[in-house]
Design a protein around this ligand. Sequence first.
Ligand SMILES: NC(=O)c1ccc[n+]([C@@H]2O[C@H](COP(=O)([O-])OP(=O)(O)OC[C@H]3O[C@@H](n4cnc5c(N)ncnc54)[C@H](O)[C@@H]3O)[C@@H](O)[C@H]2O)c1
Length: 402
Amino acid sequence: MSERVITPRSRGFLFLDSHPAGCARLVEEMWQAAPAPERAPDGAPVALVVGSSAGYGLAATIAGLARAGIRGIGVCFEKAPTERRTATAGWYRTAATAELARRHGHEMVFLNGDAFSDGMKDQVAGLLRERFGRLDHLVYSVAAPRRTDPDTGAVHTSVLKPIGEAYRTKTLVFDGEGTPEVKVVETPPAEGDDIAQTVAVMGGADWERWVDHLADRGLLADGFTTAALSYIGSPLTDGIYRQGTIGAAKSHLEATARTLNERLDKLVGGRAVTSVNGAAVTQSSTAIPGIALYVGLLRGALGEGMVPPIAQLADLWDQLTGARPLEVDEDGRVRLDAWELNSAVQAAVTERWDTATTETISHLADLDWFHAEVQRLYGFAVPGIDYTAPTATQVPWPEATA
Ligand SMILES: NC(=O)c1ccc[n+]([C@@H]2O[C@H](COP(=O)([O-])OP(=O)(O)OC[C@H]3O[C@@H](n4cnc5c(N)ncnc54)[C@H](O)[C@@H]3O)[C@@H](O)[C@H]2O)c1
């Protein structure tokens, strides 16, 4: 098996390789950070997490295992290692999550493939039928640039654009030496069918298709609950996010929750909600113009007061499993973003945003943290890992754990 020293090489916030040992260590840290349940859960609820290998979906998987005691299935889309390149970070994180699940005695199967396809839905239905029984909970946390519609074969592409007029925002970039620069970038407005395309990828269609697929086959348990992840965010990012094409998709997702909720109530006494979470550094979020600056400033203002995804998702599991009642806002959304959107925090971030320039940024934003978080998405900058040591990159996709 080939071993080599893996060095971080990046273009902007995207890295070419990832580090298996760093990824594994981060997964262990997330598991340890998941707050233990107040009392042991009764039985092991059967759960499916779609988008289980990164960001909020990984937090859902780990918090589900460590706090809610789930067994079940994770679905994600990751690349295997090759002779030249490492696997994607999500591949290594999945291997590490499976190992932890096994060690803690949780039965967990991870499937690698396109969650948007009916083939993947059939595979999950088959596993539920043969192995797990009916599904108690589904967390939907996919962030993807493209979706092939299984009915038409059309490929939809999601874009990050404002609606109506061009959007100018300050943004944070790092040059080759890692020196930060605050720049102004302008994004042209959505045109043609940009909005419909983005809604087709990031709206509620695929989530609904998953629920219908499993409901039609009698695979939803009584009292089944499901949550899809959403974001509202600050007025500072409104133009590109909530009022932009991705915001249109999130509104569609939230409307889907309302219709699914009615349907599930009648069908199995179930519930469907969206879960609005706070800003976090993920591969998807760093692609949004202005978000890197916003998150860096948010951390500058809040420090350790930022609530990490694992803590938010532990709270979501408590609500999905009934350990505490589901609490929704007037639009039927679970709100796990109060720590970010409260007015004192927003006022502090806005003040920093207004005065942020290349000269002032290192005093206003927590750039060390942000830079390290971006590297940690790929398993780099993890304390305790020897990055000079040759490392095996050929980590197999995990076998089902029993
Ligand atoms: N990052 C944030 O700041 C933030 C805040 C609030 C809500 N959210 C929401 O959380 C959700 C997940 O976003 P994230 O930032 O954690 O993303 P991410 O990029 O970290 O993770 C995306 C996940 O989706 C999976 N995936 C992508 N395409 C797939 C496909 N075709 N089939 C199967 N799996 C696929 C990936 O493997 C990965 O597990 C999104 O709905 C996002 O809007 C994110």
